[in-house]
Structures are given as C-alpha cells and as structure tokens.
Design a binder for this molecule. Sequence first.
Ligand SMILES: Cc1ncc(COP(=O)(O)O)c(C=O)c1O
Length: 404
Amino acid sequence: MPSLLASMVSLPAATKTASENPHVLAKLHDHSHKSNVVSRNISFSGLGFFNSQHKPLREIRILGSSNHNEALVDSTAPISDVPLLSCLEAIERLKTSRETQKGKQQFLAMYSSIFGGITTDPAAMVIPIDDHMIHRGHGVFDTAAIMDGYLYELDQHLDRILRSASMAKIELPYDRERIRRILIQTVSASKCRKGSLRYWLSPGPGDFQLSPSGCHQPALYAVVIQDQSPFDSKGIKVITSSVPIKPPQFATVKSVNYLPNVLSRMEAEENGAYAAIWLDGEGLVAEGPNMNVAFVTKDKELLMPNFDNILSGCTAKRVLTLANELVREGKLQGVQVRNVTVDEGKKSNEMMLIGSGVLVRPVIQWDEQVIGDGKEGPVALILLSLIIEDMKSGPPTVRVPVPY
Ligand SMILES: Cc1ncc(COP(=O)(O)O)c(C=O)c1O
C-alpha cells in the first residue's frame, strides 16, 4: 500500500498542520480505520510536526479512533521524561513540593467529606480532579475570619453559602448544624487563633460530564489559613473595571467562577491600583472583585449601593449596623442603601472598600478623581476600628467561640 503520509508531504496544502487542514485530517481518519501503524522515515518539517527537540519524527503511530482528536505519537523518541509514580511516591513528592513552595500563608488544617476527616498535613489537602467544582466551576464557597479564638460572623457566612448552594442547585452533604459543627471542629484541630476559615460545597466527584447527575455524593471541604498580618488602613487607589461585571444571577451567588474577579484585580494591579470597581448594566456603582464599596456623601450620610445585583457582603451589612452608633454620636447624618451614580461616588467626601479581607479600607483616588481631600477619610477609619472591636469583643451573634 502506498504510504499515505509520504504522499501527504508532497501535497501543496501540506505546509499547514494537520489540525488546520481538513483534507489531511479526513485522510488520517480514513487510514486509521484500515491500519493503526505506519512506519516510515519521513521528514514532517513541511507539515510543522516536530517533537520538542525539533527532530523529524521517524515512526508515526496513528491511533485508530472514531474520535476527532486523532493523536500522532512518535513511539521511538521518548515523549517526555515524566516519571510514573506509585501512590506513596506521589505523596512524598506532594510533601516535598509543599515544603519547597512555602508561601506567606500557612494551611493548618483541612476537612474533606471525601476522606471524612480532618488532616493537618498540607500534602494531604487535596481535592479530587473529577469534582464537578474543578472542571466545571460548579461549586460555591465562603469564608469566616478567626480572631482571638472566635469565628467572626460564622452564622451569617454559613447562611450565605447555603443560599449560594441553593442558587447553584448543589445539594447539601449534611444539614446546616452538622456543617457548622464540622467547620468549628476543623478550626479547633488547627489550633489557629488568628486567620481565616474557607469552605466549599460542590456536587462532589463523579465524571467529567457537564451535568452533575454522575456525581455520587455532594462534598464539603474546609481549610484553615493562618494570618498574623495586621490590618492596613492606608488609603488606596481604585480604577473602573473594564472587565464586564457578572450578570445579577451569578453576581449574587458566591460561586467558584471568579475569572472576571481575577481579571479585574489583575487589571487594577497593571494600573497601579488596589482594585477595579464594577459598574452595573445601567452604569451605576456596583462592587469590587471581592469587596463592597461605600461612600460618605457631602451631607455626611453613609451611602452603599443596594445589594440586588451584587454579592450581599456580610461585612458591609455589619458596617451598616455599626454605623448607627456614629449616627447617634452625630458623626454621621444617616445611613442609606440605594442606587449610587458614578458622579455621586466620585464627588463624595469619602470612599471605602468593605469586605472580610480588607475589612474597611479608605479609598483616596478613583480613576483620575481624588476623593475628598485625598487623605484617608475619618469615617472610614472609625468604621475600621469599630469592625476590629466587633471582631474582638462583639456580641455572641457575631462571635462563635472555638473550643480548642
Ligand atoms: C464579589 C464580592 N463582593 C463582595 C464581597 C464582600 O463580602 P464579605 O464582606 O462577606 O466578605 C466579596 C467577598 O468575598 C466578594 O467576593
């Protein structure tokens, strides 16, 4: 039989790669049904088929399959030098990798419903690759700060993750009370007294299909991260995000689909800013990529965009309550949650970012516009100290003790 591949090199169209060339692919398909292996010493330079050392491939195996992703494999040249590892060897390497890549953050404990327990070994803090959350982004998450051995606003965050799970049509692996107990026990096992707890709900492992119907059992994961860094009150600059905001159906769910949020944050960093602010479909002020925004108006009112189309921030809601104290003291004239225009925001006396990560962070510049007098606003600084005080000595509704 004449060599199909040898004849292919003389084709004028052969300067394209096979995937670009439907004619070549069609012939490969035809051929693969008849014979699985073609051995020839042929140069594929004209086709652009090289191995990593740019040597011409000598023996080409055509893997017979009805699949369109036909693979060409050189069986004589080593594909790569990746070792095949036993389970124990893989775990050893995971440990080494963790030790050599120690970052600023330390992971003190992880719960996984997959192994049904808590581990304090970072090498074992892994999630199955077939979890629907990994390859389809079908998962929800939330956090809670750990301060002086207490979980801050655990119940508020727990309510939100259950709401997110319901909106993402993710069933719960356990009831609310059991999830709550597991989260507290994970923090207890970690011995962490200052840091954060992050947790995820997903349909769990199953198959790689789009539908979660092949996922057998919903999963819960939680990790405790130590964080001893002090809170920062230095004024920061923000820009308006050019990355589109998520539509309300998705922006109101705290799902693991944070690609727009990540790109928005990167855009800010590329422009020497701390965060990029999203405007909604009508051009009104919405939120930051992982925080809410608030203003102090010319009339000395605390003003926050309403939460209809954005994530309902637990910290922002708490700030609204704590701000009433400032109203009583006459430091604020009132508190309002309503639509906020960009013009109103940029002309405000103060602007601030609010969230579990930043707590309350004064903004001193938005795009080219200096906010207020260009210094950290006094209301933002007071609200920051009120939140920290609340974390340290607030009422039992916001502080859950961890039994270590
Ligand atoms: C998109 C978005 N908005 C707002 C917030 C602030 O929410 P919270 O105060 O509950 O952390 C977050 C924080 O996770 C967020 O991701």
